[in-house]
Design a protein around this ligand. Sequence first.
Ligand SMILES: [Zn+2]
Length: 413
Amino acid sequence: MSVETLYIGSDAVGALVRYTRDQGLRHFILVVDDRTWSALGEAAYAALTTDGADVRLARLAGEEVVADGERILELLLFSDSEPRTYIVVGSGTLTDLTRFVSYKLGRPFISLPTAPSVDAYTSSNAPIVVDRFKRTLEAQEPIAVFADLDVLCAAPPAMIASGVGDILGKYVSLADWRLGALLLGEAIDEDVVKAMYATLYSVADRVEAIGRGEPAAVAALMQALLNSGSAMARWVNSRPASGSEHHLSHFWEMLLLQEGRPAILHGAKVGVGTVLMARAYARLRSISRDNALARLARTAGRDAEEIRTLIYAGYGPLAEQVLADWVPVFPILGELWSQLQERLAEHWDEVQAVAADVPPPEVIVAQLQAAGAPTEPAQLGLTVLETDDALRYAHFMRDRFTVRWVERALGFQ
Ligand SMILES: [Zn+2]
């Protein structure tokens, strides 16, 4: 399945009303929170009811909406016996909640994004917090997206900058994916890779204009975010758009959640993670083939025990949940490790070529700054220790191959 209609422009509510009429959709649940009600929700509600549609309003209360079990129940309570199409007015979290609930109820949903802040609008998975641990659960794509350009441009500048961070992260996620294909024979699709680079450059080339909030540039950012989400949905998992830079973001997010600290915008964390991983790629480029071979000889024979110990050290009470992903990998770990070592030695020049496609960290820093996005963990309120921990442990959160595994094979911690 894919999204049928993607609209980015003025009067998105008018386009929505025309669409629902054309599709014969007459019964809705309109999902909003206090903020998105005033941004666009009220206008959508008024336009749909004026058009004669039956609209049930699901207004989620409170300041910060988290996609967790409590909110899922809250949203479920708004459903009735009428088969309704969900319309969600909001950004990442509200959309993920609606994506999940509508999927479980077997109902379609329509997205009205209020900020170009994440690439998740058109994705099919929903990150939901279960037992204070974020899980990626199966859900569905929207049948249509109506993005109102005036609303997007009026979004808080930090949210627009967050979208830029999420897209610039693709420098790293695409390189990580290519390394996985090269070194572990992971499945990859060159057409998807090419399309994702085009999406990435469409934003990288416009960071100043996006930072100034120019409508055409903000529209290009929104288009890039929708493309990226669709690429993930087509690939079944998030591989094309999420690598080691996202692992750092997930690690920090989990940490804040555990400690009950306020959340940080997803793309802000991803942007900072991208700078850190661009440093890893720069370090990789500085290693000669001879040096690499000497390093590889010293790290032979890593085993499951070592990973288990590190996961316990890094994740404390959540270690068992993290380990669950690793249990199926452990029996073949020794084999994978020697394959990785062999192929690194054999394909060193190609590894260097992949690393060279990640711009130097100072270039990415300049791009993020032009868009008004943070570039250092301290700007996010994260300590040096929390940064070191993320670098040391974040890649264990998913069994996904990234540059951090290459670094481990080369003897970097
Ligand atoms: Zn992301």
